[in-house]
Design a protein around this ligand. Structure first.
Ligand code: PLP
Length: 389
């Protein structure tokens, strides 16, 4: 199997697995218990919080452990909008956000009387900070713009976006789920008020998320039941997953600069091969600054679902649109927002590389794409000829 779907998820790294094991076994205590078993669990959480805070250049109490990137996004959007509703009910997000953000905004608009402005992106997938500044109103309380897009890898100008929000006193949340360890993006570098992360995107366990929330900002909890995480996220902590997330974060950052350069070269090699075997292929989002590991390609005349199934039979794992919509034939909202036709958007495949990707895998991947495209193009031509006849 050649795995080219690292934006969907990554394999657990050895340090994360090792860090997790004790908490499945001898140190199984509940971190809220006052006895020795509970204290061992609490120490693990405190230790993970300190490590992650140091990495993000944040204060430990500014971190909220959650169960996923989705939950972090939901908590940020719903919790911040609701806690600020006395100040105003106008919210802004980009049209290319992950559904964990978009659907939370939609919920607020439909059910809680908020007004939401969806900021367009240009054909490269970028938000214009000046357009954002123009969209800000006296009653705007929250803006949410992702740091890097999961489908195209396009990186948003977060500093300019943050400046626009700061100068108007508007809170800024950023979905940094795809950015961690791929971009230099600690919260001291990019001055956001809240940021979401997810461990399984950086070689940590699934079901572990993190929300950074700048000190002094109040948030309404979206779950009820306990005082965990400083009243911000009730529920018994997943100690093993939290320990694994911190170990993975450290591991992912060890060689991230070298790794980004290596993946950039491999990504270009993959594109070079694909464009040779399918000359009408087009890279989506390639003219903007992109994550080094992400290649989104449209194969005009073919459809992504068939392509992905054929690639799967060849042992290649890739995806179309967001992995969270697997099986869906709906064109990607991200590509449509970039002005692509539904047909071109439905012909798009995302290849995403990671630390374990090798040159041999890329070359084998190119060959497989070539075989699959040739076969599917023949079928498409035969189908069209039959339709004309
Ligand atoms: N945000 C982005 C940009 C993502 O790519 C994903 C996952 O694909 C999520 C949020 C959701 O994260 P999780 O899978 O941890 O719920």
């Amino acid at each position: 199997m050649i795995y080219l779907d690292y934006n969907a998820t990554t394999p657990l790294c050895a340090p994360a697995r090792e860090a997790m094991l004790p908490y499945f076994d001898q140190d199984f205590g509940n971190a809220s218990s006052i006895h020795a078993a509970g204290r061992a669990a609490r120490a693990a959480i405190d230790n993970a919080r300190d490590k992650l805070a140091a990495i993000l250049r944040a204060n430990p109490h500014e971190l909220v452990f959650t169960g996923s990137g989705t939950e972090s996004n939901n908590l940020a959007v719903l919790g911040l909008a609701r806690s600020q509703r006395h100040r105003g009910r106008h919210l802004i997000c980009s049209s290319v956000e992950h559904h964990a953000v978009l659907h939370a905004f939609k919920h607020l608009r439909r059910n809680e009387g908020f007004e939401v402005t969806l900021l367009p992106v240009d054909s490269t997938g970028l938000v214009d900070p000046e357009e954002l500044a123009r969209a800000l109103r006296p009653d705007t309380t929250l803006v949410s713009i992702m740091a890097a897009n999961n489908e195209t890898g396009v990186i948003q100008p977060m500093r300019d976006i943050a400046d626009a929000c700061r100068s108007r006193g508007v809170l800024l949340h950023s979905d940094m789920v795809q950015a961690f360890a791929k971009l230099r993006g600690d919260v001291a570098d990019v001055p956001v008020d809240a940021a979401s992360f997810s461990a399984h995107k950086f070689y940590g366990p699934k079901g572990a998320g993190l929300l950074y929330l700048r000190a002094g900002i109040s948030i309404e909890s979206i779950q009820f039941g306990g005082a965990h995480e400083n009243q911000r996220r009730p529920g018994t902590e997943n100690v093993a997953a939290i320990a694994g997330m911190a170990a993975a974060a450290e591991w992912a950052l060890l060689d991230s600069v070298i790794e980004q350069a290596r993946q950039d070269t491999l990504r270009d090699r993959l594109w070079g091969g694909i464009s040779r075997c399918f000359p009408s292929a087009q890279q989506n989002g390639a003219t903007a600054t992109r994550l080094a590991n992400t290649l989104n390609v449209s194969f005009p005349g073919l459809d992504s679902e068939t392509l992905l199934m054929a690639l799967d039979l060849e042992g290649i794992c890739a995806s179309s649109g967001s992995a969270c919509m697997v099986g869906s034939v709906v064109a990607s909202h991200v590509l449509l927002a970039m002005g692509m036709t539904p047909a071109t958007a439905r012909a798009a495949v995302r290849f995403s590389l990671g630390k374990q990707t090798t040159t041999r895998e890329i070359d084998a991947g190119v060959e497989a794409v070539g075989r699959v495209c040739q076969r599917l193009s023949r079928h498409a031509a035969a189908r069209d000829a039959y339709a004309v006849a």
